[in-house]
Ligand binder design. Structure first.
Ligand code: NAP
Length: 302
């Protein structure tokens, strides 16, 4: 069977594309590596800037998006697409067990956590080093933790952890945060968050589990060790484009080059959400991409 649209990725972009695809009468399949829909929002404690759904939990938001797509009868499959091959006008999407066929493809594989790349990071993964405060924060009740990063995620993580940890060090490499002003104000008002500016973690130390971070102050050139029980790394994201062969043109960071129409360098392949080159990567812009990609597909298939 040849689908009109096959979507790779079940985050807000992919799920919105599934909703729009089915509403427009297209035979639509969404393939995701995980049976649980939502993508990155599944590891977000709270989303507070999506209109109409104030302070919604990430998990709940993922469920709502999925239910909406289910209600329209979108098809879902679990699998990892390793290659996209074009034969005539048909795309073949190769997974380990099945090769799916489609007239058009939406790549909505999103982005994942960027690594810090310091000694101890890999060694203590799951033993005190985490990339998800909402997933692992509860393990650090009444303990001391460090968050590395200065974006929205780092600020949100520090706020979240401050509710259960004895103390949270928020370590950032510059003297001002990148994250939203509203989050910065909140961080400053919380007593058990200590901001450590102009500094980077150079090593994560431990025995069986993490027990300290070594930090380097870039202004004073001073090095110091801070005893901590856990380290949460929130230094941004990188696109999930490294595991699929034959993708359209990408920029130097690995994002698929596409504008608002989501058209890529390969006619028939569209890129939506965090995986494409864009100014703002949030749920609302990902959802907008899902809608735009299907609108472009309407024109392409006609
Ligand atoms: P981000 O905005 O790219 O911030 C990454 C932070 O990590 C920056 O402060 C950056 O420092 C720092 N950093 C990068 N590489 C580093 C390194 N090697 N060593 C030390 N520090 C490093 O990423 P994010 O916070 O993960 O957010 C990702 C996207 O999701 C953003 O677009 C964000 O707005 C969005 N988001 C939105 C919400 C919301 O709206 N509620 C919530 C979460 C995330 P510099 O500042 O010096 O570059």
């Amino acid at each position: 069977m040849v689908y009109d649209i096959v979507i790779l990725g079940g985050g807000p972009a992919g799920l919105t594309a599934a909703i729009y695809g089915k509403r427009a009468g297209f035979n639509t399949l969404l393939i995701d590596e995980s049976p649980e829909s939502g993508g990155q929002i599944l590891t977000t404690y709270e989303v507070d800037n999506y209109p109409g759904l104030p302070k919604i939990g990430g998990m709940d938001m993922g469920k709502k998006f999925r239910e909406h797509a289910d209600n329209f009868g979108a098809e879902f499959a679990v699998g990892r697409v390793s290659s996209i091959e074009k034969e005539g006008d048909i795309f073949k999407l190769v997974t380990r067990k099945v090769t799916y066929e489609a007239k058009s493809v939406i790549i909505a594989t999103g982005a994942g956590h960027r690594k810090l790349g310091v000694p101890g990071e890999a060694e203590f993964g799951g033993m005190g080093v985490s990339y998800c405060a909402t997933c692992d924060g509860a393990f650090f009740k009444d303990k001391v933790t460090a968050v590395m990063g200065g974006g929205d995620v780092a600020l949100e993580d520090a706020i979240f952890l401050s509710r259960m940890c004895k103390k949270v060090y928020l370590i950032h490499r510059r003297d001002e945060f990148r994250g939203a002003k509203v989050l910065q104000d909140q961080v400053k008002s919380i007593e058990n968050i200590e901001c450590v500016m102009d500094s980077v973690i150079t090593e994560i130390k431990g025995d069986k589990a993490v027990n300290a971070v070594l930090i380097h102050n870039k202004k004073t050139e001073e090095d110091k060790e801070i005893p901590v029980d856990g380290v949460f790394i929130a230094v941004g994201i990188q696109p999930n484009t490294d595991k699929i062969k034959n993708l359209p043109d990408m920029d130097e960071a690995g994002y698929i080059i596409a504008g608002e129409t989501c058209e890529t360098s390969i006619p028939g392949i569209f890129a939506a959400g965090d995986v494409r080159t864009k100014q703002l990567r949030q749920v609302i812009t990902s959802a907008a991409d899902g809608a735009n990609a299907v609108t472009s597909i309407g024109r392409y298939l006609a």
